[in-house]
Design a binder for this molecule. Structure first.
Ligand code: TEU
Length: 537
């Protein structure tokens, strides 16, 4: 039998902004539970919940201070258990989000660790002596994820440096210390025991660094849409990190029901595939190339082909057009909702596991927010850069812009929290028009398109497990592929185009004309066609 994670579709919930059940302006676990029917009715198979664990919330949960407790504003451990059970009661799966690379600097482990060089937790984080006369220069040239800043932070108490791959308040755990490994594996088991179906693993590729602290090669160039000052050969996707994937998988394999691991990893597909270790490692890895797509048939064809080549069945590519870190897709197509519909068609008919970020299904746009008011700590780092550098670096350096409250309806506060309450981030001003209630049941709405596509997918073996083959001899502008007996076509060009493919129309977006032996697609349209008439028995 095909394991559930190979054929599922994932809906990402960002708890702080999903639904506020107790009127404090912050989303919470009971709020998510109240909305599970919504996710289920759309047709998703899996809910991935971003971190809700105890945290000072400087990075809104990606800075954990207790992995086995729920942050007060999100609820209780009982709520977390109820969330798991309620997801299961609806026949869905649930993945939690594990931040294994670093903790909060407020985690008791780190508070202890930084207090002296001899305390029992002294070696739980990555500490090193500095260079130079007083050791006041960082141990090596490793850069943080912010690119411009060192990965090392000085601690006066120890007169040493600790490593922080992301932000200074997120010290990296020392996974080469067996006690650390044990403690973190215990956490993994803690949640598996409660019945969680798997984990999304936060910046998983950065966990195992070179123990020799070798300098990274200084070779500035673009990588995955980001400018890199140094190449991260000694700090990212190291061979030891691939081994860690297999160790974690072995823990999951102790449990019934195919628990699954989905890695947030960055790199070229042939490197990322190493994490899957031919079935013995992570189950899935995010392929983030779609986050920086060009709306262009040729771009999609090439990108899909590269993934197909590197992730043939039973491996599954994991496609992602949006998440809580990067721009909403609508802003990448100048707000053109027809293009958003074509992208939904592609995302949900490809081979592999599609992921959808809350609000994507109604075409939420980035909320323009002044940089100076940003709550996002990443924006705080970049705030010091001159605007022209920020512009060149790309979009959504202020991640608040993609984390504003979910737009449930046109009432005050969009139904996210009660009227009169101030939500933790301002609402997207478009919410009176762009919201779930306005699109629910409306023919032609993006929301109903997602529902139709997910329903089609859930009921179609061809879409779930069928092979994917690119169609040949298509006019430039048209993306086309076959999934077993189905044909998917999308016109991403600017002219109406006719192709020599036809079949029974299962689903269409935009304006199309399906004839005998030919289909005409107007710009920003697409179809799913069935080529073989099913036999009646
Ligand atoms: O993100 C890691 C990451 O490298 C990026 O997606 C990052 O947010 C982006 O480069 C910033 O410009 C993960 C989480 O998804 C993110 O929300 C956390 O802040 C981060 O790890 C630290 O845990």
């Amino acid at each position: 039998m095909t394991p559930w994670w190979q054929t599922t579709s994932i809906y990402q919930v960002y708890p702080r902004s999903f639904a506020d059940s107790d009127g404090d302006g912050i989303g919470d676990l009971p709020g998510i539970i109240d909305k599970l029917d919504y996710i289920k009715d759309l047709g998703f198979g899996t809910v991935w919940v971003s971190p809700f664990f105890a945290s000072p919330q400087r990075d809104f949960g990606y800075d954990v201070s207790d992995y086995e407790a729920v942050a007060e504003e999100y609820g209780t451990l009982e709520d977390a258990q109820r969330l798991i059970d309620e997801v299961h009661a609806r026949g869905m799966k649930v993945m939690f989000d594990l931040v294994l690379n670093h903790t909060s600097d407020q985690h008791p482990w780190f508070i202890r660790s930084r207090s002296s060089r001899t305390n029992p937790k002294a070696d739980w984080y990555i500490w090193a002596d500095g260079r130079g006369k007083d050791g006041r220069r960082p141990p090596n040239n490793w850069k943080s994820a912010m690119e411009f800043t060192s990965a090392w932070q000085y601690s006066a108490a120890r007169r040493q440096w600790y490593m922080a791959t992301f932000l200074p308040f997120q010290p990296d755990l020392n996974w080469r210390n067996p006690e650390v490994k044990q403690a973190m594996f215990d956490t993994v088991r803690f949640w598996l025991d409660k019945g969680v179906d798997g984990f999304r693993l936060d910046i998983f590729g950065s966990i195992m660094k070179d123990p020799g602290l070798t300098n990274n090669p200084l070779r500035p160039r673009m990588h995955n849409g980001f400018p890199r000052i140094v190449q991260r050969v000694h700090t990212e996707n190291t061979p030891d990190n691939m081994v860690l994937a297999q160790e974690l998988r072995a823990i999951c394999n102790e449990y019934p029901g195919e628990r699954a691991l989905l890695g947030e990893v960055f790199g070229p597909p042939d490197v990322l595939k190493g994490y899957l270790a031919e079935g013995a490692g992570l189950n899935l890895v995010f392929l983030f190339n779609f986050l920086t797509f060009r709306y262009d048939a040729d771009w999609f064809r090439q990108t899909i082909e590269a993934f197909e080549q590197n992730f043939p069945a039973p491996m599954q590519p994991t496609y992602v057009l949006e998440n809580h870190d990067r721009s909403r897709l609508l802003d990448r197509v100048d707000g053109d909702r027809r293009k958003a519909a074509v992208l939904a068609l592609i995302l949900l008919t490809l081979r592999g596991v599609p992921t959808v970020y809350q609000g994507q299904e109604i075409g939420t746009s980035n909320t323009r927010l002044p940089f100076k008011d940003a709550l996002d700590p990443v924006a705080t780092v970049y705030r010091r850069l001159p605007q022209f550098v920020v512009d060149r670096l790309g979009e959504t350096l202020n991640r608040d812009e993609v984390r504003t409250p979910m737009q449930w309806d046109a009432s005050a506060n969009a139904g996210f929290c009660p009227a009169g309450v101030t939500p933790w981030l301002p609402l997207n001003p478009e919410y009176p028009n762009v919201n779930i209630a306005a699109q629910q049941g409306q023919d032609g709405s993006l929301l109903e398109l997602y529902r139709r596509l997910l329903t089609l997918r859930a009921g179609s073996a061809s879409l779930q497990t069928g092979p994917l083959a690119m169609l040949e001899a298509l006019p430039p502008g048209v993306l086309g592929y076959r999934r077993a007996d189905l044909i998917i076509l999308a016109n991403m060009g600017t002219q109406p185009l006719t192709v020599r493919y036809s079949g029974q129309l299962l689903l269409d977006v935009g304006e199309v004309a399906v004839g005998t032996g030919r289909t005409t697609l107007f710009p920003d349209s697409g179809v799913v066609l069935q080529t073989v008439v099913p036999r009646l028995s």
